[in-house]
Every structure is written in structure tokens, then in C-alpha cells.
Design a protein around this ligand. Structure first.
Ligand code: DGL
Length: 268
């Protein structure tokens, strides 16, 4: 059995687990929604690094994982390098805004990028965007979306408030012939339909869950994983989580439970 630890600040990383569930067999997925510390995107990179290290240590000690998937763009930006240095024996895969596929696929050369404030400010994204943008003549319309993760966590997927926030952020993209939008936060596929309806045109929404799942299989195969048998999904949260949305996203969850990590207190 391949043991995979996956984490995010909340529901968002479940969009990556949905992709894992399509491809991965003979494995146990342990998912942590760190709702106690959400949203990550408005914390300092030092705080986000600490949350990530605590979760990785928990997965290793408690579940003896073989692979760690950072199903969060914000935590990837703040912590992936330190995680890789600290745990060289682990398969470690992060999540990065899909700017590269967007640049390959755009026809108008106008690309929107939605992400958390921390991801867009992070050195990792800044480097990625500046290197890629020199490869092709493209314009990136970058937009931080403070507050959107909280709306999604509350289950406010298409309420008037969420729509109003998105309308304001998407206005420059709608007015400037953007044909591809990078969902640079794993929560944002949950508002994909709202984004499409506001854009009022066919739009290529890019997120990288499937690419992560395929990459995991490639790396796990090299370590002898046969990808046969059943898949168990265990979901843990550090504070309350919207279980209706959880069950809407994933039908086959083996277990769902509250846990305590580091000095955090359990609730639920
Ligand atoms: N889902 C996370 C990401 O991909 C962000 C969540 C947050 O701000 O807590 O960036």
C-alpha cells in the first residue's frame, strides 16, 4: 500500500484528491484540512512554513507516509524547498499555478491568474511568471483574491457576496480578451462555474490536479508501486470543516475525524 499524505488549509486540496482518486490505486490517502490556520494566503511565509512542517512531521510519525503532496499553492511557495531538504527520502510534490500550460494553450495571448496574496507575492511565482512570460508574447492579468478562500470554506460558492467579489476581480480579464484563467489556488476550482458565467465566454480554466496525480504515479512506479487494488481516503481536520462540501466533492471517504497537530487544540 502506498501511503500518501496530502494537505491544504481546508477544502481546496480536495480538488487535488479528486484527481488522485481518478488515477491512484492500491493506496491510502491521509488528507489534512488545516482549517484551524486557514486561510494560509493571508499569513506570513514563516507561519505557513511552520504549519507545513508540523503537518509533514505528523504524517511521518503517525502514518509513515511514502509521499507528501502539498495540495496548496500557498504552502508550496513557502515550504516546498525546506520540506525537500528535511525529508529527502520522501516523494514530495507541490502545487504551482499552471502558468506554463496556460501560455501553451492561449490563443489571444491574454491570461488571467487568480491566486492568494501570499502566492502572488512569493518568490516562486514571481520567478515562474517572469521566466515563462519571456518565452512567448503574453500578457498576464494577475489578481489576488483575499477573502475568497473564506467564502468557499463557508460554503458560499455562488452567493451574491462571492459573485460580487469575483465580478470585480474578473472585470479587467473580461474587458481584455483573456481566454485562459489559471486557478492558482486549489480552492478556486470550486467556484469555476461562477467564474465561467461572469466571463460570459468560453474560457480555459487551468488547474493542475490531474498533472499532480500523474506525476505521483510516475515517481511511485519508480519505487515499485504497482497501482493495483483499492484506495482508502482518510480525511482529518484541525478545526471545523464544511462536511456537506466534503461529501459533495468525494463520495468514497473511509474516515473523517478531527485531530490535533503540534500545540493546536482539537475541536469537532
Ligand atoms: N488552497 C490554498 C492554495 O492553493 C490556499 C488557501 C488559503 O489561503 O488558505 O493556495
Amino acid at each position: 500500500m502506498l501511503k500518501i499524505g496530502v494537505f491544504d488549509s481546508g477544502l481546496g486540496g480536495l480538488t487535488v484528491v479528486q484527481s488522485l482518486a481518478k488515477y491512484v490505486k492500491g493506496a491510502q490517502i491521509f488528507y489534512i484540512a488545516d482549517t484551524k490556520n486557514a486561510p494560509y494566503g493571508e499569513k506570513t511565509s514563516q507561519q505557513i512554513l511552520q504549519f507545513s512542517l508540523d503537518i509533514a512531521a505528523y504524517f511521518i510519525q503517525k502514518h509513515h507516509i511514502d509521499a507528501l503532496i502539498v495540495a496548496c499553492n500557498t504552502a508550496t511557495s513557502a515550504a516546498i524547498q525546506t520540506l525537500r531538504e528535511r525529508y529527502p527520502q520522501l516523494i514530495i510534490i507541490g502545487t504551482e499555478p499552471g502558468v506554463k500550460p496556460a501560455i501553451e494553450q492561449t490563443l489571444t495571448g491574454k491570461i488571467g491568474v487568480l491566486a492568494t496574496p501570499a502566492t502572488l507575492k512569493g518568490e516562486k511565482y514571481q520567478q515562474l511568471a517572469s521566466v515563462l512570460a519571456t518565452e512567448k508574447d503574453v500578457t498576464l492579468y494577475e489578481q489576488a483574491c483575499p477573502g475568497l478562500v473564506e467564502q468557499i470554506e463557508k460554503g458560499e460558492i455562488d452567493t451574491p457576496k462571492t459573485k460580487k467579489m469575483l465580478e470585480q476581480w474578473l472585470k479587467p480579464m473580461r474587458e481584455n480578451d483573456v481566454d485562459s484563467i489559471v486557478l492558482g489556488c486549489t480552492h478556486y476550482p470550486l467556484v469555476g462555474n461562477v467564474i465561467e458565467s461572469i466571463m460570459q465566454r468560453e474560457i480555459n480554466l487551468i488547474h493542475t490536479g490531474d498533472a499532480i496525480a500523474r506525476h505521483l504515479l510516475y515517481l511511485a512506479h519508480k519505487k515499485g508501486h504497482e497501482n493495483k487494488g483499492k484506495l482508502d481516503i482518510m480525511l482529518y481536520y484541525t478545526e471545523d470543516i464544511n462536511q456537506t462540501i466534503v461529501r459533495m466533492l468525494l463520495k468514497n471517504i473511509t474516515k473523517i475525524d478531527a485531530i490535533e497537530i503540534g500545540k493546536q487544540k482539537t475541536k469537532g
